[in-house]
Design a protein around this ligand. Structure first.
Ligand code: 0O2
Length: 225
C-alpha cells in the first residue's frame, strides 16, 4: 500500500530477506527446544509459546527511510542490515515476570547467539505503557554456500504484556498512529492494571514451584512421633 517500489528492488529484497527467513525458522525451533527440554524432563517450563516473523517489506522500507536510508541507495542492503535490528524478530511469551528473567538469563548464556544490546522496557516502560525485554543478538546462518551473521531481535514478555501490546498495536494500526486521547488514557490504565496483575501472578509462581506438603500415611505419621 502506498509506496511504489521498482520490481528490480523488490527482487533484490526477496534475496536480501531469505537468510533472515532462515534465521527466524532456526531460532524458533531452538527457542521451542528450551520449552520441550523442560517439559520432557517433567519440569515447569518458563516458556509458554514462541512466535517469529520476518518484518513486512512495507514496514522495513518505512523503518529504513526513518533512519535516512532510501531504497535507491546502492548501499541499501548493508546499511539496513546494520541499522534495522528487528528484520528477524522472535517473541518468547512467558507466564510470569520471573520466567521472563529466567529466559533472558538462559539466552545470555548460550553460545549460538551473541547478545549486543538489551532494552529493558519492563524496568523502564515506554511512554505508551509498553513493557517487554528486547534483546538484540547476532546469529549465524549457513545459507547456501554462504555463512551470514545477522542481527535479530528477541522480545521476551509475559502473557499479560503480550495481551496489552497486541491490543495497542491493533489500535495504533487502526488510527494510523494517531490514537485519540481518551483511548490512549484507557490504554495507559490497562497497562497499569496489567502490571499489577503481573506482580500478583508472579507471587503465585512461588506457590506453583513449591512442592505440595507431603501427605504422610498413618504409618509414616506414627513413625515420626
Ligand atoms: P512490525 O514490523 O510491525 O513487527 P528502536 O531502538 O526504537 O529502533 P525498539 O525500542 O526495540 O527499537 O523498538 P521499535 O523498533 O520501535 O519496535 C520494535 C518492535 O517492538 C515493534 O515492532 C513492536 O513489536 C515492539 N514495540 C515497540 N514499542 C512498542 C509499543 O509501544 N507498542 C507495541 N504494541 N509494540 C511495541 P513494529 O514496529 O510493530 O514492527
Amino acid at each position: 500500500k502506498g509506496t511504489h517500489v521498482p520490481s528490480k528492488v523488490l527482487n533484490n529484497l526477496v534475496h536480501f530477506l531469505a537468510p533472515y527467513e532462515q534465521a527466524v525458522d532456526e531460532l524458533k525451533l531452538k527457542l521451542k527446544g528450551i520449552k520441550y527440554g523442560f517439559q520432557k524432563s517433567g519440569r515447569y517450563s518458563p516458556i509458554e509459546f514462541v512466535v517469529g516473523r520476518v518484518k513486512k517489506v512495507e514496514s522495513l522500507l518505512n523503518k529504513a527511510k526513518e533512519k535516512g536510508i532510501d531504497f535507491s541507495d546502492e548501499q541499501w542492503p548493508q546499511k539496513v542490515a546494520q541499522e534495522v535490528n528487528d528484520i528477524a524478530g522472535l517473541r518468547v511469551v512467558c507466564r510470569y515476570v520471573d520466567d521472563v528473567r529466567e529466559v533472558q538469563q538462559l539466552l545470555q548464556e548460550r553460545e549460538d547467539i551473541v547478545v549486543h544490546d538489551i532494552k529493558d522496557y519492563i524496568a523502564t516502560p515506554k511512554p505508551s505503557g509498553y513493557r517487554s525485554i528486547h534483546m538484540i543478538v547476532s546469529y549465524t546462518v549457513y545459507h547456501g554456500s554462504e555463512k551470514i551473521t545477522l542481527f535479530c531481535e528477541i522480545q521476551i514478555r509475559t502473557l499479560g504484556m503480550n495481551f496489552w501490546a497486541t491490543n495497542e498495536h491493533e489500535l495504533r494500526y487502526k488510527y494510523a498512529g494517531n490514537i485519540p486521547k481518551d483511548v490512549l488514557q484507557q490504554l495507559n490504565e490497562a497497562s497499569v492494571i496489567t502490571h499489577q496483575l503481573d506482580v500478583l501472578m508472579n507471587s503465585l509462581r512461588q506457590e506453583i514451584l513449591t512442592p505440595p506438603p507431603v501427605d504422610l500415611s498413618l504409618e509414616e505419621q506414627l513413625e515420626e512421633i
